[in-house]
Design a protein around this ligand. Sequence first.
Ligand code: SAH
Length: 372
Amino acid sequence: MVSAQPAPPVRLTLAGRRGQPPRHLADLDLAGRRAAMADLGEPPFRAVQLSRHFFGRYTEHPDDMTDLPRASRAALAGALLPPLLTAERELSCDVGTTRKTLWRGFDGALVESVLMRYPDRVTMCVSSQAGCGMACPFCATGQAGLTRNLSTAEIVAQVVAGARALAAGEVPGGPGRVSNVVFMGMGEPLANYANVVAAVRRLTEPVPEGMGISQRSVTVSTVGLVPAISRLTAEDLSVTLAVSLHAPDDELRDTLVPVNRRWQVAEVLNAAWHYAAVTGRRVSIEYALIRDINDQAWRADRLGSLLAGHLAHVNLIPLNPTPGSKWTASRPAAQREFVRRLESHGVPVTVRDTRGREIDGACGQLAAQAGP
Ligand code: SAH
């Protein structure tokens, strides 16, 4: 679409190049890495060697790269594996199987990621932005506003760090691998569209292109940016789409998810059903149960009738109250009734566990205060 009017300033897009972290191997596809090698005066096949170190062995250290000429190692690592995120703090709970990391970016921006080990899988919950511009009033990240988008490599680096810790046996349960990635940390992934989609490709392409995680094990969660959902539908990716609905009616959703004033419930769900039809993937409808706000039986019925017959399941999240919040989680009886009503409409429902609560690592709690 071409418009004579200059576009209004939008805080959702990347700032100027100066505000971006240094270029990293994971920002580039393999062709880009080969071109970068040529620029460095190295043979293009070094791109594969360096990629194997990063994506296959999770190392950035020149000393580990014994298949590279000693004279080139430091230069290659320096040029293509610059340090992006520095672990500022590490907190764990659930006997070490839930680990939250607070990361500091090159510019001081803070983001968090959470590793959750279950008997059958390891899920990394990653941030896509420092802060978030969506301003959902119940979400800790939403209170602080948006600082900046993360680069593709900054997103990938969170997963690589988890993979490295698992491979080294640092997480109780023996050496392991990251099996799942959820974009449910800080930020609105679809507001950082290009970097998030590139990160999904890096995470899911096989080594040496990427990390080799299954696309079906990646979940992109959104407030419902309809044009971006449509774009994602056309990407030919098999990732799970999660839509943070939180209310079946526009009146309430306008306040819980303010971007609803732009794209309303019906429009968001239509985009989601189109995604489901094209990809064959069941859409996950996220619904934080907030006591006496959105947990009424009639809202369960309304949600049930909106979703019945569609390729969807509901993920109920007991609200994690943020500091100072006037809202809290639903009463157990209200939650049980909500589940029962959804099931009576034939809609599959799960109630999300709230791992990491003690370390402020549970859903919606990531706020990145760098305290003492
Ligand atoms: N911006 C994306 C990712 C955000 S976090 C999105 O909105 O989908 C992932 C999920 O946690 C979202 O469904 C979000 O609404 C939910 N969430 C945020 N704060 C929460 C809280 N305090 N308690 C429970 N869930 C919360």
